[in-house]
Design a protein around this ligand. Sequence first.
Ligand SMILES: O=C(O)CCC(=O)C(=O)O
Length: 264
Amino acid sequence: MQTTPFLASPFTFLFLLLMLAHCASQNEWYIDQLAEQGPCNIEVRDSASLSQREFIDVYAYTKPVIISYNDDWNKVFQSECSKENMLKKYGEKIIRLSSANTHSYRKRDVTLQYYVEELLKPQDLDTLGNETFYWFGDNNHTEWKELFDLYKKPHLSLPGKEGMYSFGMAGAGTGVPFHWHGPGFGEVVYGRKRWFLFPPDKMPYFNPDRTTLYWLINDYQEIHPAELPLECTLKPGQVIYFPNRWWHATLNLDTSIFISTFLG
Ligand SMILES: O=C(O)CCC(=O)C(=O)O
């Protein structure tokens, strides 16, 4: 008796294709690109070859570094953060948004579902940072424990520092303008994020109420080539480390989901 191979039936094949397309559309966050990836002039180190000793001696108190993990790094956490899963499991949770300006003083509480459906949009260039609401940090660590427990944190640490997570999600072209605080790590789970950094003694010129996108389009172009920031675009599987008091600004090139670990 002759049997028809499973994929040989055009109907089965079409059905599988439709199923795949459906799954992809359920799981993917939007991709809208408003800015370029830019250069990468920060040292990139392979995680396997960067020891804790070398991290402390060379980078921890001195300069930023990007640590590259393999492609499977945080895959479990990433799949927990799929759009379908986030909405199904956490859609009803109240999240606290912060205005995307340097001092982030305005706050707004909404459900995650409302944020994703109504506010998670590409950045409008003319909208001020203090009028753009962005989910980054202000997480209730008890409520989000189940999700945070799936996150594999970087293998490096600072002596005596515990690490506090700051999790968020934001639209293409959004970001936090220049500010500084204690040292930490930053990582994207979905999307790409462009980071700009200046050392503590080189305060960049920027308007604290304008978005990073506005700064990139208007002010960045005016910077003398010798004074340009350290910068790089991170994709999933890469982690940036920024030392204490370094000025930094971020720009999400795509809709991004991200997590930082603050070390003080
Ligand atoms: O990931 C971001 O967009 C902002 C990260 C940051 O700069 C911060 O939380 O201080």
